[in-house]
Design a protein around this ligand. Structure first.
Ligand code: C2O
Ligand code: CU
Length: 476
């Protein structure tokens, strides 16, 4: 049936959900056993039973043979010593940045207890790019109350999606993420990727979040783990994650490579490239794979030779890599990379089509005029919700009318990139959860509404998000 706001609010109020004033869709509290919204996966008839909070919560049990991974993450302020020796005032999980690396095999259950020790702003845990059930999405004042000092909140979901993701606080996201409340989430296929099928050798699989602390770019751990070894012939996978609010330029010197996955989703037959640069949007992830040559390989960030990772072909750490000058390497266009394949839905037969114009302007924010990062002339929470129905193919046209870059992020879904500035995507189907709309650009994307709930759609320059560039996509 058609989604109506009235029905939603009625359901919400009936469930004891706190409405957000006149802002429309209210707070989807995940407390006790109250009923939150109708619908849910697998229920599409009009007589479907209301979705319970238990349904909205994660799947509680692993698939057969799967494991359960429990973590306790305690958010607390701490002084952290970076590899360079510099000390910074950070917000940490368990006293360390990044937080614990969360890994799982497809079908396992991940259970994280988030505790807040002393972050006065409060914290939540958002699973960036991971299509968790809405109740686990960690959006403050929407799917939960922020976790205040002394409180805790348990997240639980089944890891049914393979790939490279990350997590971060969504309350006080700026400054929280900038100060260190982030970590990595990697889910590997059940079939296993740890050994290389051809050589039978152990694969080298490195998860490398890129983060800037007070102007210092840190790759990987706070200690700046930048030297690695790999035997020649070994398959290497580098999982690069941009946890900053600005893009990074990446080059991989010393080997041809493939971009195997973008935002956790495998590309279709990506060809081998070399001497190209990649631009990794804020929030985005690239998996780069190559076979280790018998000479060193260097990942260089933002043209700084001493920022990145060096892989040596053996244990001889004396051996200096030959790092070429990569500063003039052209940028690889991912919209023309890889091999086309049929999309799982027809974006030309979209059920809904919305246009989002991003700009910076004087806007009404909470009933008062303020300078804001705007969507269609308004700032969050005054931007109207995009109301869709389960099963809809939803098309979005995102227009950047400002002079800044806006990495556009959708929770709970990946979007299929259709075109940029009128040029259709002509390579592999490209699925992203964060696509970078640069100044003046127009992007066309589409997604299928298969994960009921209320989902944030916002700029992942988290300063911009806090300044209003955010809205909600809602369905039941
Ligand atoms: Cu990574 Cu709403 O964000
Ligand atoms: Cu922005």
């Amino acid at each position: 049936p058609a989604f109506t706001r009235r029905r939603f609010i009625n359901t919400a109020v009936g469930a004891g959900v706190v409405g957000a004033g006149g802002a429309g869709v209210g707070l989807l509290f995940r407390s006790t056993d109250s009923v939150v919204t109708g619908g849910g996966p697998g229920h599409s008839s009009s007589s479907r039973p209301a979705l319970s909070v238990a349904d909205l919560r994660g799947l509680g049990s692993p698939s057969p043979g799967g494991a359960r991974h429990r973590h306790v993450l305690t958010a607390k302020a701490a002084t952290v010593r970076l590899g360079s020796g510099r000390e910074i005032d950070a917000w940490t999980y368990n006293g360390h940045v990044p937080g614990p690396a969360i890994t799982a095999t497809e079908g396992d259950v991940i259970e994280v207890t988030l505790r807040n020790s002393d972050i006065e702003d409060g914290v939540t845990q958002h699973w960036h790019g991971y299509d968790v059930p809405c109740g686990e999405d960690g959006v403050p004042d929407l799917t939960q109350r922020p976790v205040a000092p002394g409180e805790e909140f348990v997240y639980r979901f089944r890891a049914d999606q393979v790939g490279t993701y990350w997590y971060h606080t969504h309350e006080a996201s700026d400054p929280g993420v900038r100060k260190g409340l982030y970590g990595t989430l990697v889910v590997t296929p059940r079939a296993g990727q740890r050994t290389d099928a051809r050589s039978g050798r152990q694969q080298v699989d490195l998860t490398l979040p890129v983060h800037t602390f007070a102007g210092i770019v840190v790759v990987g751990d706070q200690d700046g783990r930048t030297e690695q070894t790999a035997a020649p012939g070994t398959a290497v996978r580098l999982r690069l994650i941009n946890t900053d609010s600005d893009p990074h330029r990446l080059t991989l010197a010393g080997t041809p490579f493939r971009v195997a996955a973008v935002d956790g989703r495998d590309l279709n037959h990506p060809e081998q490239v070399r001497d190209v640069s990649l631009r990794l949007p804020a929030g985005g992830r690239y998996d780069l794979v190559f076979v280790m040559p018998d000479t060193a390989v260097a990942l260089v960030l933002d043209n700084h030779r001493d920022t990145g990772v060096t892989l040596h072909p053996d244990d001889d750490a004396e051996r200096e890599p030959r790092i070429e000058d990569t500063s003039d390497w052209p940028e690889l266009d991912l919209l023309r990379y890889g091999t086309p394949a049929r999309a799982p839905f027809d974006p030309d037969a979209a059920d809904r089509h919305f246009t989002l114009v991003l700009d910076r302007a004087l806007a009404m924010v909470d009933g008062r005029p303020a300078y804001a990062q705007t969507v269609n002339g308004r700032g969050h929470p005054s931007v109207p919700d995009l109301l869709v129905a389960e099963g809809d193919v939803v098309r979005l046209t995102v227009v950047n009318r400002s002079l800044e870059t806006h990495p556009w992020h959708l929770h709970g879904h990946s979007v299929l990139i259709l075109s940029r500035d009128g040029t259709p995507s002509s390579g592999s189907p490209l699925w992203m959860d964060t696509f970078e709309v640069r100044a003046g650009e127009v992007w066309e994307v589409a997604f299928k509404a298969t994960n009921p709930g209320i989902w944030m759609n916002h700029c992942h320059n988290l300063r911009h998000a806090e300044q209003g560039m955010m809205l909600r996509v809602a369905y039941d």
